[in-house]
Design a protein around this ligand. Structure first.
Ligand code: GDP
Ligand code: MN
Length: 409
């Protein structure tokens, strides 16, 4: 799971890594209060799980309240390289003197941890590596050896931190390592790790994290309470509330395949089947959410369910896995077709039925011969198809984003 910058900063702060004061605002209405708490000037930063926000115009310096509100209004509806902006962070603006880059990540091939660092921070590390390859240092932390202040100091020196910054850099490196380990992260990146302050006042200068990117290892979620505190607050809360109001049970996850089923057991197996298919196909696609429709699967329940599941902007395909009991799969099939027509759904939907009137239901769907409706006979086949469609859509989105970028240049 990738975190938003404001969430990643929280984890850095928990380890005592200095970060400028900042307040998250999930909607434009909350911007004024948040901005007053921080004071001016401040930086308005669009929260999207992607880098290059600065270049995309989603990081702006605001001189006063009017500025901050106007900028938030511009940034909030943005989509950056296919990633929706989900709120803004209002952060104390700092006078930046220099930008470093530091990251810690898992190195699967050498089974240890990579520290990547350069004194030329700011832009994305891929670009830095292209333009100043000699400045990028790759070092390693061995999980079995102690990484202590002495080791961190040696590392800070060899990374190319300027002399005056070495001690503070070493302490930050050590804290980044603790952040990485304590949170079962696969990536902790600070870019820029900035030297800020008044150029004429030595005492005012310090290193602070101006931006943070953290990815957590999904396999360790059980050790961290399922990372409930990092749920996508805007999308998740609204959808979960609306589902509840309609007698449905919706749970927001972090992947790309929407999952609709009846009964907790069937829905859980569907999630696993999707994750397995994504891993097997090498795309890493996972369930974006799940919606348990419970006993009733009428046309109106199906319409509401599809609408809710598709409203998560990350959903690229939907898997419907229904066991027909009292409700026949034939009824569910009719509900699916009505819902797809009413909502004008064009994303791929894969359906698998079992139980009461399963064959009739699937035949009804096949007869409708809609381009985006696909049927499968087993749960594994259905999950595999749904994962494949989602991966295809992600690849197509990335290709069209790359073309748009080329056009703009
Ligand atoms: P990214 O483009 O998505 O990596 O977003 P960042 O949070 O890294 O912001 C982009 C750039 O904005 C940084 O590299 C800084 O140069 C600049 N920036 C961010 N915060 C501040 C700040 O407080 N003061 C100044 N002067 N620049 C900032
Ligand atoms: Mn950055």
């Amino acid at each position: 799971m990738d975190l938003y910058e404001y969430q990643a900063r929280e984890l850095l702060e928990e380890q005592g890594i200095p970060t400028p004061r900042a307040v998250y605002a999930g909607s434009v209405e909350h911007v004024a209060d948040a901005a007053e708490t921080i004071g001016f000037p401040l930086v308005v930063k669009g929260q999207a799980k992607i880098g290059h926000r600065g270049q995309a115009g989603a990081v702006k310096l605001a001189a006063d309240l009017d500025d901050a509100v106007a900028m938030a209004r511009d940034i909030m509806p943005m989509t950056i390289h296919g990633h929706r902006v989900n709120g803004v962070l209002l952060a104390e603006a700092k006078n930046v003197l220099h930008e470093y880059y530091v990251s810690i990540s898992v190195d699967r091939s050498s089974r240890d941890f990579d520290v990547l660092a350069t004194a030329n921070g700011g832009t994305e590390v891929e670009e830095i590596a292209r333009e100043h390859p000699e400045s990028v240092r790759r070092l390693h932390i061995d999980a079995l050896e102690d990484f202590d202040l002495e080791a961190a100091t040696q590392m800070a020196e060899s990374i190319g931190f300027y002399h005056a910054d070495v001690d503070q850099a070493a302490r930050i490196l050590l804290k980044m390592w603790r952040c990485f380990k304590d949170n079962d992260a696969t990536l902790v990146e600070i870019n820029p790790l900035a030297k800020v302050g008044d150029p004429d006042d030595e005492d005012s200068k310090e290193l602070v994290a101006l931006d943070a990117k953290i990815s957590l290892d999904d396999n360790a979620a059980f050790r961290h309470d399922g990372w409930a505190r990092f749920r996508d607050p805007v999308v998740a809360d609204a959808l979960e509330r609306e589902a509840k109001d309609n007698g449905l049970h919706y749970v927001h996850l972090d992947g790309e395949v929407g999952v609709i089923g009846n009964g907790a057991g069937l829905v859980m197996s569907s999630l696993d089947a999707v994750a397995y298919a994504g891993e097997d196909q090498g795309s890493g696609v996972k369930a974006a959410n799940f919606l348990d429709i419970g006993g009733g699967a009428s046309a109106s329940v199906m319409a509401k369910s599809l609408e809710l599941v598709l409203r998560d902007p990350k959903v690229e395909s939907v898997l419907i896995n229904v066991y027909g009991g009292i409700t026949s799969c034939q009824t569910v099939a009719e509900g699916v077709l009505e819902a797809v027509a009413a909502l004008g759904v064009d994303k791929p939907i894969v359906i698998r039925f079992d139980g009461n009137a399963a064959a009739e239901g699937l035949a009804t769907l096949e007869k409708a011969s809609l381009d985006n409706i696909h049927v499968a006979r087993t749960m594994e086949d259905a999950a595999s198809l749904a994962a494949q469609y989602a991966a295809d859509a992600i690849a197509a989105n990335a290709a069209s984003a790359a073309r748009r970028e080329e056009d703009e240049q």
